[in-house]
Design a protein around this ligand. Structure first.
Ligand SMILES: [Ca+2]
Ligand SMILES: [Ca+2]
Length: 197
């Protein structure tokens, strides 16, 4: 029994490591309470730095959330931006992903678009009239210093823009960590088999 407990204690952090943890705070924009079917424009929300034109948080209005009940739009009354800074480990690989869609009453491709950047990487999505949620995923390498993930409305500044939801940054496990995980699972298996016998 002692052995089993020891093996479980050894393996517990390895199991925790196997599940990817979102390194961002409030990545799905659920922290601000918004009435169902309504929206609000805020100057702050948990985790994110909000640009001077605010952040529009919607609870299933002008589209529905990709994840949870809230999603956001960065062309509030005018083009705005949000950012969040996270600590990174030098040389470590991270996966960054988010969901985006244009609103059902979108005003056309030139009004839409969402630019993103982290470190030296940047891109533009949603500069079209597609109203279905799509996901974007990329990887980046940690600098060992805090890195800032930023999103900004990229189309014509006209209060209609591309929606954003479920922003996530997760650490990609190192091969050595995976080997450790497998070794931990193996050790548990041996102990369990011995216990059965
Ligand atoms: Ca959400
Ligand atoms: Ca716009």
């Amino acid at each position: 029994m002692k052995r089993l407990i020891a093996a479980a204690l050894f393996a517990a952090p390895l199991f925790a490591m196997a599940a990817p943890v979102n390194l961002l705070t409030n990545g799905s924009f659920e922290s601000t309470v918004v009435g169902s079917g309504s929206y609000t424009i805020v100057n702050s929300t948990a985790g994110w730095t909000v640009g001077p034109n605010g952040l529009e948080i919607r609870n299933n209005v002008a589209g529905s959330a990709f994840d949870g009940v809230n999603f956001v739009e960065l062309d509030t009354t005018a083009n705005s931006w949000i950012s969040q800074t996270l600590n990174t480990v030098f040389g470590a690989t991270y996966t960054m992903s988010f969901a985006y869609a244009n609103r059902p009453d979108q005003l056309g491709a030139a009004s839409n678009g969402l630019s993103w950047s982290i470190g030296s990487l940047s891109g533009l999505v949603g500069n079209n009239t597609n109203t279905t949620w799509q996901t974007f995923t990329t990887t980046f390498t940690g600098t060992g210093s805090p890195m800032t993930l930023k999103f900004a409305a990229a189309g014509i500044s006209d209060s209609y823009g591309t929606s954003l939801d479920k922003v996530s940054v997760t650490a990609v496990p190192e091969p050595e960590s995976l080997a450790l995980l497998l070794a931990g699972l193996g050790a548990m298996g041996v102990v369990l088999r011995r216990r059965k016998a």
